[in-house]
Ligand binder design. Structure first.
Ligand SMILES: *Cc1c(COP(=O)(O)O)cnc(C)c1O
Length: 410
């Protein structure tokens, strides 16, 4: 079989091939950034229009009950639960990942009153460490935010540490941490764990309860395809749901419409809601999550691994001479659904690739990140993407002043 025929046969035999048509993706475009902003499901626009025209336009305020807007965070949370190995009633869709980190960290701290350290790794996604630092400042120094080198983080677990915050799939390298093993080591030292699933949910099989996870957060706009700024999610294991929320807003009250003078937390996961749910955002998030719920996560993982292997092999064969250094793990099982390279001209190359209809992204200081989204990427797209990377490098098409200008958002 020729190489092209072999690639075509992978696509023909792909059990997930039916999903691509459910997304709005222009012909010719190779979208390798679903790990930053997932593509738009075709149904999303219609669902939003319905919500605006019928539920809001006609139903007005009666839709809080009539269209069940008021319980959308819990209902969508229950759907997300099925993708991340949680039980019904353990997940809500609400707020941003950053805000949910704050809620989870504070809840964990309240469950470990004698301990004062929030531990993480220096190379974690910046907002994770920033939120820890915010809590340290707010506590007047009683709580310490400690971010150490990634290799040493598990050695720092001791009886001063209240909570460990780690991202399961690293946002730059794609390195996957062993959730069950890390959680076990933390629990051995009495430490609770908050897992950030921003690059795992919808990308790799996750089993929070099998790992005895305590808390987890993650984004709605990456592999869940919920749209720009989609609500995030928060998982609180049932055994921790008695923790008293710090963001004690009225939507987490036991009886919000009793308008009582004092805060009284709702039971269950509902107490971790804060303010009025963003209905339009939740409607779009539901469209993305519904699609993913129809996919078998083991098939998603198997295809993601095939795409990753193909990408790396083709990069070795076709772009070997251009100075890319693979920074993702070479072993497939230790890699999430992305492949990252370091290159001194990474920024310019990513810009030049956009002009050739290949969208990846750049992460400072020198990393090119290519997200491989199994629901809508074909094997042939991966092969073609590498050909376009080769073209951009062989012709030095990236070496132009307009590609050097740094944009505010990368
Ligand atoms: C994308 C990402 C976030 C983003 O948080 P927001 O509050 O949605 O901006 C947080 N953590 C990790 C690990 C991420 O990859």
């Amino acid at each position: 079989m020729t190489l092209d025929a072999e690639i075509a046969s992978h696509d023909e035999r792909d059990p997930l091939q039916g999903f691509r048509g459910a997304f709005q993706l222009r012909d010719g475009l190779i979208y390798l950034d679903g790990n930053s902003l997932g593509a738009a499901p075709k149904v999303t626009a219609a669902r939003l229009a319905e919500t605006v025209c019928e539920q809001w336009g006609e139903g007005l305020i009666t839709s809080w009950l009539g269209a069940q807007w008021s319980i959308a965070p819990q209902r969508i949370g229950d759907k997300i639960a099925t993708i991340i190995g949680a039980d019904p009633g353990e997940v809500i869709a609400a707020d941003s990942t950053s805000v949910n980190l704050f809620k989870a960290l504070c809840a964990a701290l309240s469950l470990r009153p004698g301990r004062s350290v929030i531990l993480s790794e220096q190379t974690n996604f910046p907002t994770d460490v920033y939120m820890m630092q915010g809590i340290e400042g707010f506590s007047g120094g009683r709580i310490k935010a400690l971010a150490v080198a990634p290799e040493t983080v598990l050695d720092r677990l001791d009886e001063d540490v209240a909570v460990l915050l780690l991202t399961q799939v690293h946002y730059k390298s794609g390195l996957v941490r062993d959730m069950a093993e890390v959680t076990r080591q933390a629990h051995d030292k009495g430490v609770l764990v908050v897992w950030d699933l921003s690059h795992s949910a919808g990308a790799i099989p996750v089993d929070l309860n099998a790992a005895h996870a305590d808390f987890a957060v993650g984004c709605g706009y990456k592999y869940l395809n919920g749209g720009p700024g989609a609500p995030a999610f928060l998982f609180v294991a049932e055994r921790h749901q008695d923790a008293r929320p710090v963001l004690s807003g009225w939507f987490g009250h036991a009886s919000p419409f009793a308008f009582e003078d004092d805060y009284r937390p709702a039971s269950g996961i509902t107490r971790f809601l804060c303010g009025t749910p963003p209905v339009l955002g939740l409607v779009a998030l539901k469209a993305g999550v519904d699609l993913l719920c129809r996919a078998d996560m083991d098939e998603v993982r198997a295809k993601s691994l095939r795409l990753g292997e193909l990408f790396i092999e083709r990069m070795e064969q076709r772009c070997g001479e251009f100075g890319f250094r693979l920074i993702s793990p070479r072993e497939p099982e230790r890699r999430g659904s992305q492949v990252a390279y370091a290159h001194p001209h990474g920024y310019e190359i990513v810009q030049a690739l956009k002009a050739c209809d290949v969208i990846g992204d750049f992460r400072a200081p020198d990393i090119l990140r290519f997200g491989l989204t199994p629901l809508y990427l074909r094997h042939a797209d991966v092969v073609e993407a590498v050909e376009r990377i080769r073209e951009v490098c062989a012709t030095r098409a990236w070496d132009k002043p307009q590609y050097r200008e740094r944009a505010a958002v990368t």
